[in-house]
Design a protein around this ligand. Structure first.
Ligand code: PMP
Length: 319
């Protein structure tokens, strides 16, 4: 359903120059961004990967999107664990240890003078030949980008977001498992295009059984009768780091929260709905397929959890 409330997708990396105020959480000096590639820093315009890299030729690689809040990498261990699990899932041996990758990320954040930012950590199969065979790629390539990101416009966090259910089916777990954060996001991209066609920024994908999986770059939660619910790992989701933080926060706040297989009908009859993701953080959803969720405004529990999340990431106490 088209809507007039500026629901168009706005996924973009914001250039440095957009942040001139040195008191802004996003401030860093107007210098070329430095990108870490295989142990060396390059200015952004010189940061290049070979056209023979199988990450580019075949989407053969894995990655993480990670936030830094107040100079500290948020949930660093969880992200590195997932990265190494993803690598194992595609039979790629990372050329650096988790400690080395953490150090590379910290160095990249420091050299770019960031306090709050978004990190993209990528490991590709590496440079090979034009055939598929990964054994022809002797060394995986690793790179780290630290930059700012704004996935959705700020007003959506206030008013809520409209989403659709996509016709694209989430990848079967016995094909490329959705638990692997691989460089192949075409399934998600097709769903994202479908969302844009419908004038909304996001789409929720159903799995091969027709049950709810996740959105193109976020996990999905609903609230019903005071209970928070989110699809299970077996339903075709990426095991989101933010999702787990949210589950833990609910526990801490004594809010009942369950991992549960959900049908599309559960979305339609939900009292509230919200999405979680590293880049998106927590964003309320107020319409799905044109149908209002609850009263079509961000729900009270959603608002409470958004606030709790923001306190948590900044190390402020939640009670
Ligand atoms: N699902 C998908 C498909 C994702 O790409 C992401 C990450 N953007 C998420 C869920 C959320 O995961 P996380 O909270 O770890 O960022």
């Amino acid at each position: 359903m088209p809507n007039a409330d500026c629901q168009m997708p706005n996924e973009m990396l914001i250039p440095n120059s957009a942040f001139g105020n040195r008191h802004s959480a996003f401030y860093h000096p107007p210098m070329p961004l430095k990108i870490w590639i295989d142990g060396k820093f390059y200015d952004k315009e010189d940061a290049k990967i070979s056209v023979y890299d199988h990450g580019l030729l075949y989407g053969d690689g894995v990655f993480e999107g990670i936030r830094v809040y107040r100079g500290k990498i948020f949930e660093c261990d969880a992200h590195l664990r997932r990265l190494f699990d993803s690598a194992r899932g595609i039979r790629l041996i990372p050329p650096r240890s988790p400690q080395q990758l953490k150090a590379a990320m910290e160095e990249t954040v420091r050299i770019n003078n960031f306090s709050d930012c978004y990190i993209r950590l990528v490991i590709t199969r590496g440079v090979g030949y034009l055939g598929l065979n990964p054994s022809k790629c002797p060394t995986p390539s690793v790179f780290v980008i630290a930059d700012t990101i704004e996935l959705y416009p700020p007003e959506m966090y206030e008013k809520g977001m409209y989403i659709i259910t996509s016709t694209v089916v989430r990848t079967h777990p016995n094909s490329l498992s959705p638990r692997i954060k691989s460089l192949n996001y075409l399934n998600n991209i097709l769903a994202k295009i479908e969302a844009a066609d419908a004038d909304v920024p996001e789409a929720v994908l159903l799995n091969q059984e027709g049950n709810v999986a996740e959105c193109t770059g976020d996990n999905i939660f609903i609230v019903r009768h005071g209970q928070v619910q989110t699809p299970t790992t077996a339903d075709g989701i990426l095991e989101g780091v933010t999702r787990q933080v949210m589950i833990d926060l609910c526990k801490k706040l004594s809010i009942p929260c369950f991992e549960k297989t959900l049908q599309r009908h559960d979305l339609y009859i939900a009292d509230e709905c919200f999405l979680t993701g590293t880049a998106a953080e927590v964003v309320p959803v107020t319409r799905i397929d044109g149908r209002p969720i609850g009263n079509a405004v961000p729900g009270s529990l959603t608002r409470r959890l958004m606030e709790a999340f923001h306190k948590h990431v900044r190390g402020e106490p939640n009670s």
